[in-house]
Design a protein around this ligand. Structure first.
Ligand SMILES: *[C@@H]1O[C@H](CO)[C@@H](O)[C@H](O)[C@H]1NC(C)=O
Length: 187
């Protein structure tokens, strides 16, 4: 028993320091479940988020995985905005725990500053939408069919701490939550 404890203690310290460093380290060292793999990734500058993607193929389909830290009761979202560098007009994917206990993920358009957040089609085809909750991160997976001959997009990402009646609540409107946008170049 004592020797087992001696063994377990350094192991748990190792595990803790690994967990800690994996937050600070670059997205390129992240290992996905089920052997999912992405050729490129970018650590986003706010909300501890990261975007992983596979280089566009000739069909212009691109697989993405968006990761952001979140508690069980919150939500995360990521998307592209073909109209400009802001929230309104964004074509996003959102994930949260439904009241039935399932982690749900679906596409929705942000058509105003108080969007319905109801599931709906985007302005481009999106398929294979799913999500996972691992190491206190929500991860959204999807395949996007993007306009041909365009690789650079405005993107936005977000995290909010509340979900009410299975609808994501308003996110904070200060600090990192208003800085979480930029451009992404799929290449
Ligand atoms: C929970 O609700 C979502 C959205 O309606 C549905 O996709 C999912 O299958 C449900 N899960 C369970 C366990 O009923």
């Amino acid at each position: 028993m004592a020797s087992q404890l001696k063994f377990l203690l350094p192991l748990s310290i190792l595990a803790i320091s690994f967990l800690h460093s994996s937050n600070a380290e670059s997205c390129s060292s992240y290992t996905f479940s089920d052997n999912k793999a992405y050729s490129s990734c970018t650590d986003l500058p706010h909300l501890g988020a990261a975007l992983h993607y596979n280089q566009a193929t000739s069909s212009n389909a691109i697989d993405i995985a968006f990761r952001a830290p979140q508690s069980h009761s919150g939500w995360v979202a990521w998307g592209l905005n073909p109209k400009g560098p802001s929230m309104v007009g964004s074509q996003v994917l959102v994930a949260f725990f439904h009241s039935n206990g399932s982690l749900v993920a679906y596409p929705t358009q942000l058509d105003s500053y108080s969007p319905s957040m109801a599931p709906g089609d985007l302005t481009f085809p999106v398929s294979h939408v799913s999500a996972e909750y691992i190491n206190k991160e929500m991860i959204i997976y999807a395949t996007l069919s993007l306009p041909k001959a365009k690789t650079k997009f405005n993107h936005v990402w977000q995290a909010g701490s509340t979900v009410a009646s299975d609808v994501p609540g308003v996110h904070p409107t200060s600090g990192e939550n208003v800085l979480s946008k930029g451009t992404v170049e799929f290449q």
